[in-house]
Design a protein around this ligand. Structure first.
Ligand SMILES: NC(=O)c1ccc[n+]([C@@H]2O[C@H](COP(=O)([O-])OP(=O)(O)OC[C@H]3O[C@@H](n4cnc5c(N)ncnc54)[C@H](OP(=O)(O)O)[C@@H]3O)[C@@H](O)[C@H]2O)c1
Length: 336
């Protein structure tokens, strides 16, 4: 049995982790830490089906766990990851702190010095694209929610070298409101968000652009430019990314589809939809799946749609998939 510690269990991602781990046959939560509610019980802080004591960070018994999940804000998570590694405990970090490979890239996109640069580079935990680097890893950087949808949607094109990277890849994404976490912000209030649909941080300002470009360049072996328009969608959970990619003009959809089928053959969590069927949140919410749709809009212009549940394949489910890989378990364990 893998013994797990959770930092940030009162947050949306941390709580989702605890819910899935409750059903995991080979992992169990040994303890959970809360910065703001230590000494209380989880059910008193987050009304819901789960209950357990909430510890202060100083009470964490490192000898009682094999791995910890840091479901904490970026800037906070890396220091906890450093403490865990010093205690010989493995880490899956759900924040952005370990995703960029250099402290310079972190400073560029997050506007701060990296809190634990000695942990970089950390293997990027998107198992479908980077599985070999995750087996036996001591630390894994769990990908961002938007990047997960985008990278799974684009990877076959970039690996095969058929995306024309002289042109930027245009990505329009819409995320359910849980993607912003449980902190209070005016634009997330029910009255502001419901029956509304708004873009934010458009262009190349959203922090996930750096992460997407890093991983797209690794797949393509050449730099890739992303123009990104994230939107706030008034649903609880789910991300739909629509991506416009220039490809070689002589390619037909059947050839492109074969590439996707080959890339994702045997992948239990990725489903390539029939030609012309766009992905939708209904294919994926409450699951660890990614659904991908392919449409050739005109010769040389492919539209890829990719849907995930931001809290599951975009966070907690992917983190559990990552410990399954890390500890040599069946990758689907606890995730069906
Ligand atoms: N929401 C998503 O869809 C999603 C997807 C992918 C990745 N992520 C990433 O996963 C991490 C957690 O996200 P989340 O959505 O679960 O966030 P959240 O709902 O805001 O929860 C974060 C938790 O971190 C704890 N925390 C500890 N120190 C803190 C501090 N100094 N300031 C604020 N909170 C602190 C808080 O719980 P205690 O006070 O109880 O410790 C809080 O509940 C973030 O880095 C986020 O970017 C989120």
């Amino acid at each position: 049995m893998i013994r797990v510690g959770i930092f940030g269990i009162t947050g949306y991602a941390g709580y989702e982790l605890a819910r899935w781990l409750e059903r995991h046959p080979a992992a169990q939560v040994a303890w959970a830490v809360s910065e703001s509610s230590a000494g209380k019980r989880l059910a008193a802080v987050v009304p819901g089906p789960l209950d357990m004591p909430l510890l202060a960070a100083g009470q964490a018994d490192w000898g009682a766990v094999d791995v910890v999940f840091t479901a904490l804000p970026h800037g906070v998570a890396a220091s906890t990851a450093r403490t865990a590694r010093a205690a010989g405990v493995r880490v899956v970090d759900l924040s952005a702190d370990l995703r960029l490979h250099t402290a310079a890239a972190y400073a560029q996109w997050y506007g701060a010095d990296h809190p634990a640069p000695e942990l970089l580079p950390t293997p990027y935990g998107l198992p479908e694209l980077n599985r070999a680097a995750l087996v036996d890893a001591s630390a894994i950087a769990n990908p961002g929610c938007y990047p997960t949808s985008v990278l799974l949607g684009l990877a076959p094109l970039l690996k095969a070298g058929i995306a024309q990277l002289s042109a930027p890849i245009i990505v329009n994404s819409a995320s359910g409101i849980s993607g912003a976490g449980r902190g209070l912000k005016q634009n997330l209030h029910f009255v502001e968000a419901s029956e509304n649909f708004s873009a934010y941080n458009i262009g190349r300002t959203h922090r996930h652009v750096g992460e997407m470009e890093q991983e797209l360049a690794a797949l393509a072996g050449a730099p890739a430019t992303v123009i990104f328009a994230p939107h706030l969608l008034p649903v609880q959970r789910g991300i739909l990314s629509t991506m416009y990619v220039q490809v070689q003009p002589d390619l037909n959809l059947a050839t492109i589809r074969d590439l996707y089928a080959a890339q994702y053959a045997g992948e239990p969590f990725v489903r390539v939809l029939p030609d012309g069927t766009p992905a939708a949140l209904s294919y994926v919410v409450h699951t660890n799946r990614c659904a991908i749709g392919l449409t050739l809009a005109q010769p040389g212009l492919l539209i890829v749609t990719s849907a995930i549940d931001n809290l599951i394949k975009g966070a907690a489910g992917q983190a559990i998939q990552n410990i399954n890989v890390m500890f040599g378990l069946a990758e689907t364990l606890g995730l069906r």
